[in-house]
Ligand binder design. Structure first.
Ligand code: XMP
Length: 514
């Protein structure tokens, strides 16, 4: 690793990406690895610090995720969080047991102000606790530097060995001084210099892309979403006219989106790009006919995408590189990074066919979280309305139509979604809700319209609040707004006789329907 890095070892907890994001917010680059990562590899990486995440297990149970004692003997500062804290204590000879009183939620924690972790933090301070087990005895060499009314060891430290264990979650916003605690760790303990900045990311990326591409030709998959737009502009700044952007209209875009993308990136837009719009709609509908299984649909959409690109590349002539807007959460969620199970094969990563007919794929945003991609976008001068556009999945409406995709169903979901978006914007809620869209359920039911029996589809409205898109809550939309949307959809969209609002949080649901 050339750049100053802190690594996060993932023990399967739900906030693991947040840990990495918070560290990066301190301007320190951070990557997530599985707890199974070989100790030799960790040594080679020479991280400035290691953070062990939370996780759902009990560290004293057989088969629970563990780590070797050596991890604490590398001379590299280690911070254990929740499960990671318990594991550190357990491995080094402390005692971890099932707690008589479970702690969950905001909790007052009494901290020792002289601890390097708690510099500048007043005691008590409100922290987010979520644990069944607790550290009942700190390991030899450790002293207790925080406690709560129910938890004798809310934090323990061995300053000499630079080992720190904290029972609560500093990465969660409910921990009022969480960012300061992580900052104390990366600066005060790990002695990082804080060289991770978006302006230097842009400069470095442009230089690296130029070196890599040389005088080669580059083809960029432009979807019009934030990620691919930022990737395209970054590439255009790096290699100018060597770049051709191909925008595949796969017929699974939001209403009017194709024209909007063309207006921004096409010949009359602000950027100096070679822009090609491919109309592949019918081709997609044909491939998707009769396919109901979500993963099969995703694979087809992803694969067809690559095939279309190959064909375009052939028309253009020799193309050496393909650009994709993959971002870090796609990598982690596809099971290529940390410990997370593969929930869905993300279109940009796991969904790629094995054989791709290009020399190499360039993914300039592969290391970035969404908010960092946005910062890069602003840094590059991309208009704000594009940079803050809602996320839209690569497989598009294909994953918002439950079951088989047909042209008619696409029309229904496009029209319903356009109405929903219009009304949310009119109600002034568009900046408050992180993601909202209409989806078409595969359910048809009986209704009555103008004295006639109908047997039509149910549209589901979804709106979520989320910080990281890994967990989410259904947004509370005023009933009057929902009702207005319902009335308009039923009246204006042929084929719909029922509208429902999805209350499911993630987990157990996902944000998209498939
Ligand atoms: P889920 O449905 O997994 O969605 O809870 C989390 C976030 O990811 C987006 N999403 C995707 N983005 N390719 C993408 O580029 C995909 O295949 C994909 N699937 C889901 C989704 O819109 C949400 O913001």
């Amino acid at each position: 690793m050339g750049r100053e890095t802190v690594i996060v070892l993932d023990f399967g907890g739900q906030y693991n990406q947040l840990v990495a994001r918070r560290v990066r917010e301190c301007n320190v680059y951070c990557e997530i690895y599985s707890y199974r990562t070989d100790i030799g590899k960790i040594r080679e990486m020479k991280p400035k610090g290691i953070i062990l995440t939370g996780g759902p297990n009990s560290c004293y149970e057989e088969g629970a995720p563990s780590c070797t004692r050596e991890l604490f003997e590398l001379g590299i500062p280690v911070l254990g969080l929740c499960y990671g804290a318990q594991l550190m204590q357990h491995v080094l000879g402390g005692k971890v047991e099932r707690a008589a009183v479970k702690e969950y939620g905001k909790t007052e924690v009494y901290v020792e102000p002289s601890s390097p972790l708690f510099q500048g933090i007043e005691s008590p301070t409100v922290c987010w606790m979520s644990h069944n087990d607790y550290i009942s005895g700190a390991a030899p060499g450790f002293s207790i530097c925080a406690h709560t009314d129910n938890c004798p060891v809310a934090a323990a430290e061995n300053r000499e060995k630079q080992l720190y264990a904290i029972q609560f979650h500093p990465e969660v916003l409910h921990t009022v001084k969480g960012k300061e605690i992580l900052s104390n760790f990366v600066y005060g303990v790990c002695r990082c210099s804080g060289d991770w900045r978006m302006d230097s990311f842009v400069e470095d990326s442009i230089r690296e892309i130029r070196e890599k591409v040389g005088d080669g030709r580059v083809l960029c998959a432009l979807s019009g979403g934030v990620d691919s737009s930022v990737a395209a502009v970054l590439l255009s700044k790096a290699v100018g006219k060597q770049l051709t952007c191909v925008f595949v209209d796969h017929g699974l875009l939001r209403k009017n989106e194709g024209d909007e993308v063309e207006a921004v990136f096409g010949p009359s837009g602000a950027y100096d790009l070679n822009f090609i719009r491919v109309n592949a709609r019918q081709r997609y509908y044909k491939k998707l006919a009769g396919v109901e299984e979500p993963e099969a649909k995703r694979k087809i959409i992803g694969e067809e995408f690559i095939r279309v690109f190959e064909e375009e590349a052939k028309k253009i002539g020799a193309v050496d590189f393909l650009v994709q807007g993959t971002i870090y959460p796609d990598v982690v969620e596809s099971g290529l990074g940390g410990e997370s199970a593969v929930i869905k094969s993300h279109h940009n990563v796991g969904g790629l066919p094995d054989y791709v007919d290009f020399k190499e794929i360039i993914e300039p945003l592969r290391d970035l979280f969404k908010d960092e991609v946005r910062k890069v976008g602003l840094e590059l001068g991309i208009p704000e309305y594009l940079v803050f556009r809602q996320p839209f999945p690569g497989p598009g409406l294909g994953v918002r139509i439950v079951g088989e995709v047909t042209e008619d169903k696409v029309r229904i979901v496009q029209d319903a979604d356009a109405i929903y978006r219009e009304e949310i914007a009119k109600a002034g809620l568009d900046q408050e809700i992180d993601q909202y869209f209409a989806a078409l359920t595969n359910m048809r039911s009986v209704g009555v319209m103008g004295d006639e029996r109908t047997y039509d589809y149910a549209v589901a409205l979804r709106a979520v609040r989320t910080v990281d898109f890994m967990t989410a809550e259904a947004a509370e939309i005023p009933f009057a707004v929902l009702q207005r949307v319902m009335v308009r959809i039923i009246n204006e969209v042929r084929g719909v006789n029922r509208v429902v609002y999805d209350l499911t949080s993630k987990p157990p649901g996902t944000i998209e329907f498939e």
